[in-house]
Design a protein around this ligand. Structure first.
Ligand SMILES: NC(=O)c1ccc[n+]([C@@H]2O[C@H](COP(=O)([O-])OP(=O)(O)OC[C@H]3O[C@@H](n4cnc5c(N)ncnc54)[C@H](OP(=O)(O)O)[C@@H]3O)[C@@H](O)[C@H]2O)c1
Length: 262
């Protein structure tokens, strides 16, 4: 049976498996979606070898960078971002004679980044002409795709905010009214506020925010984070990461060579 799957560690409750299993059932697609919880990326080649029906993988924490060494090709976008969260597995047909084609045991592996597509397509409808500069909270894996999307796809200027003072970045203590007057888009790429820590939010002077601000949280559990609540109370536009999650899954499906039914 055509197989897709997710690699990461630990996987626990996986959005992707539920999303694709429901999609296959609803649309009568004869395929399965498996979770591959691997403690080391060195197990990646074994998964490919032992699942000849595998046609695509999603990649999550902590392997979005480590998986790149095993791929035959990486899209220019994923290369620029420095992270792959989708792998297309293409079996190679080798012609034995003019009539007979056999499947070569080593498929071609191509890496893509669908996080950037999910983010860009979900934030774009909310952007107004005055949204020229964005703060990116957190400097982990997800922040790279967000930075790429904001600068290369949406034409905004960005500034990273980290807990640690580093060149070219600011810290939370540096954010005052003048910074928030200049940076009217704020994207939370940190896990702060995620379940079960729902009473926490990034350390910002929320009281100086207003209706010009757009607060986008990559977190989607809870659906309304404290970051969003505090921004909304000041009149800001707010959005959680759920649509991004759905859109990146649909983009994965298309990267694997399938057409999304509209
Ligand atoms: N909606 C979606 O589709 C989607 C996709 C990808 C990720 N996400 C979510 O986005 C978030 C970030 O993902 P990630 O993979 O980038 O995570 P990550 O690498 O673990 O962390 C992101 C960054 O957040 C900052 N941070 C971590 N703990 C913090 C704390 N206690 N207080 C303040 N800052 C803290 C750190 O930056 P500094 O050390 O520089 O402060 C860290 O590098 C997660 O909640 C993830 O679930 C959502």
């Amino acid at each position: 049976m055509t197989t897709y799957g997710l690699i990461g560690y630990p996987l626990g409750h996986s959005f992707s498996r539920k999303f694709f299993t429901e999609k296959f059932e609803k649309e009568g697609i004869d395929a399965q979606y498996l979770n591959f919880e691997i403690p080391s990326i060195e197990e990646f080649p074994k998964i490919i070898e032992s699942h000849p029906d595998l046609r695509g993988l999603n990649v999550t924490i902590p392997y979005k960078q480590q998986v790149m060494q095993y791929l035959d090709d990486i899209s220019p976008e994923a290369k620029a971002i420095g992270a792959v969260n989708v792998v297309k597995v293409s079996p190679q047909l080798s012609t034995v004679n003019s009539k007979l084609s056999t499947l070569n045991s080593k498929p071609t592996l191509t890496g893509y980044n669908s996080d950037v597509i999910g983010f860009v397509n979900s934030i774009r409808p909310l952007l107004k002409p005055h949204h020229q500069k964005a703060l990116i909270l957190g400097t982990g894996g997800a922040s790279k795709a967000i930075h790429y999307g904001l600068t290369e796809k949406l034409g905004l200027e960005t500034l990273f905010v980290s807990r640690t003072a580093r060149e070219g970045m600011i810290t939370y203590d540096d954010i005052d009214a003048s910074v928030l007057k200049e940076y009217e888009v704020i994207v939370n790429c940190s896990p702060v506020g995620m379940y079960p820590h729902v009473d926490e939010c990034p350390a910002l002077p929320y009281e100086v925010m207003n209706e010009h601000h757009l607060l986008y949280d990559l977190v989607y559990n809870p659906l309304e984070t404290l970051f969003m609540k505090k921004g909304a109370a000041q009149g800001a536009t707010v959005k959680n990461g759920l649509e991004m999650l759905h859109l990146q899954a649909i983009a994965s499906w298309e990267f694997w060579g399938n057409q999304e039914k509209l």
